[in-house]
Design a protein around this ligand. Structure first.
Ligand SMILES: Nc1ncnc2c1ncn2[C@@H]1O[C@H](COP(=O)(O)OP(=O)(O)OP(=O)(O)O)[C@@H](O)[C@H]1O
Ligand SMILES: [Mg+2]
Length: 508
């Protein structure tokens, strides 16, 4: 049921009163009916009653989550364009949002211009009836089954996650390219995990690791006696993987003869075991990856052009890490946490100075190099923090020395809902901050100057968050944990307070 008048209806579903209010103000720049709901449940009802054209949906709410609401809304309001607002820049949410048919997603906090232009394109799309059947189907995979572990809040990686969500549910062949260590294998697996074949087999074959004379038998199997050494019949990977997904890794290293056979398997949906004249029907989805320049190889005739086009239906090109250095702090954080989990030890930290160095390095080995470096440095670190001295000398020389620290992950007072959001730039904010001993002019006088000085000394950067945490903590203690009262004293809504309590881990 879409709204009937020409004035579009926009529904905002968010439990944060302040955010709904700001969106209302932003949207006053457009002629539209603005309606709002403060929970997923209330939002579903509103959507049913009013048939909005565009829905702005918060992902993180008490009660029903945005992703859950999204799935209901897609069913009940197939023509509404839904924009998911995510506070955490996680892979999962982005992939899920696109998979469950969101029009787009936006990370909080957002710039009013950006959300307006997104709403405008959603409105344009909603008047476009072609869209009716475009929503990606959502059968098959539940939220829990979606594998996390791919980090990246840079726009390049967000675009990758969006593509995964879009291609996963179809059987389209996907080619993943990128330099060594950029995460091609990880992406292939994520496509599989989010696909309708997620419960079926997934077989990864590293074409570079199998000798040319054996690869055919490996992929398609062989009959007993078909060649020297073939003492028994063997079933190949394609047959074993019937109904599932095959990932042909390093496909640029595959011999021309094998390429021909792969093409046939793809085109005809059938294979022949080596030494057999019988054909066997197989139904496999193919994913492929390479770090070789396939286009140049096609020119040189070392890679079949027809196979190239057959594989390259959808191309996901992974950016090298040096082009998305803003992801470095997030990756470091992620690797440190995983290391702690695997070694059952406490999570090590990294000093802002050391992080600044890592954020300047060019990472020729990409994420793999970063992982190895963090493992190694964590071992070298004597205390609980990785310091500059724990980083390898080669790396320090490569970045040309050490300077002021980069802000830690999540640094930005206004971004406090965005713990996983990366820092905006690798520029060092220190120059703009007064030195700890500079005079502070504040209405509270001396005691405040002292508090400020202590904060600067203790934390260096990010002091607003430390101060905010402390103020909220004390206020809660003061009122015996009564959230309504605390919110009133602090001058924020209860929803905002709850988010802060969560964020600063102040809940009991
Ligand atoms: N975005 C990411 N988030 C978290 N970990 C990542 C990411 N990208 C890569 N990694 C990790 O980096 C390592 C290398 O990734 P992967 O093996 O997928 O790279 P690749 O592109 O296949 O490299 P190669 O071409 O050398 O085979 C893996 O341990 C993987 O888990
Ligand atoms: Mg690989």
């Amino acid at each position: 049921m879409a709204s009937t008048s020409n004035t579009p209806t926009i529904l905002v579903i968010d439990d944060d009163d302040d955010l709904r209010y700001s969106l209302k103000r932003v949207l006053s720049a457009r002629t539209c009916n603005f309606i709002e709901a403060d929970s997923g449940e209330a939002g579903l009802q509103m959507a049913e009653q009013h048939g909005p054209d565009v829905i702005l949906l918060d992902n993180r709410m008490g009660g029903m989550s945005g992703i859950e609401a999204l799935q209901h809304l897609r069913g009940a309001n197939p023509n509404a364009m839904i924009i998911l607002m995510t506070a955490y820049g996680t892979t999962q949410t982005t992939i899920e949002a696109m998979k469950f048919g969101a029009f787009d997603y936006i990370m909080k906090p957002f710039d009013p211009k950006k959300i307006l232009s997104l709403i405008d394109s959603a409105l344009a799309a909603s008047s476009d009836l072609v869209r009716a059947n475009q929503g990606v189907k959502s059968e098959g995979v539940s939220a829990e089954e979606i594998e996390g572990g791919i980090i990246g809040s840079s726009s390049a990686m967000q675009a990758v996650f969006k593509m995964i969500g879009q291609v996963a549910a179809s059987d389209v062949t996907v080619m993943v390219t990128g330099e060594s260590g950029t995460g091609k294998e990880l992406i292939a697996r994520a496509i599989f995990k989010n696909s309708l074949r997620a419960q079926k087999p997934y077989i990864a074959v590293n074409c570079a690791a199998i000798p040319d004379n054996l690869i055919e038998s490996e992929l398609f199997g062989h009959e007993k006696g078909s060649f020297t050494g073939a003492t028994t019949q063997r079933i190949g990977k394609f047959e074993l993987c019937d109904g599932g997904t095959i990932f042909l890794d390093e496909i640029g290293d595959m011999a021309l003869a094998t390429q021909t056979k792969i093409l046939r398997a793809l085109q005809e949906g059938e294979i022949q075991r080596v030494g057999s004249s019988e054909t066997v029907k197989v139904d496999v989805r193919l994913l492929a990856a390479t770090n070789k320049p396939l286009e140049a190889m096609v020119q040189e005739k070392t890679f079949r052009e027809d196979l190239y086009y057959r594989l390259n239906v959808v191309r996901i090109q992974l950016p090298p890490l040096r082009e998305r250095l803003e992801d470095v702090p997030l990756l470091v954080d992620f690797v440190l946490k995983r290391l702690a989990r695997d070694s059952k030890a406490a999570t090590k930290a990294i000093s802002p100075e050391a992080m600044a160095v890592l954020s300047k390095y060019t990472w020729p080995g990409n994420v793999r190099e970063l992982e190895n470096l963090i493992y190694r440095s964590a071992v070298m670190a004597q205390g609980d923090t990785i310091l500059i001295k724990d980083l390898p000398q080669e790396l320090l020389s490569a970045v040309g020395g050490v300077d002021a620290p980069a802000p830690p992950v999540g640094d930005n007072f206004l971004n406090i809902d965005d713990r996983a959001q990366s820092v905006e730039s690798t520029e060092v904010p220190h120059a703009e901050v007064p030195a700890a001993d500079a005079p502070v002019s504040m209405p509270f006088g001396e005691p405040f100057a002292e508090v400020y000085k202590q904060l600067r000394e203790a934390h260096g950067t990010n002091i607003l968050q430390h101060a905010e945490r402390e103020i909220i903590k004390r206020t809660l203690e003061d009122v015996g944990g009564k959230q309504v009262k605390a919110a009133e004293i602090l001058g924020i809504t209860r929803a905002t307070l709850r988010k802060r309590i969560d964020q600063y881990d102040l809940g009991k």
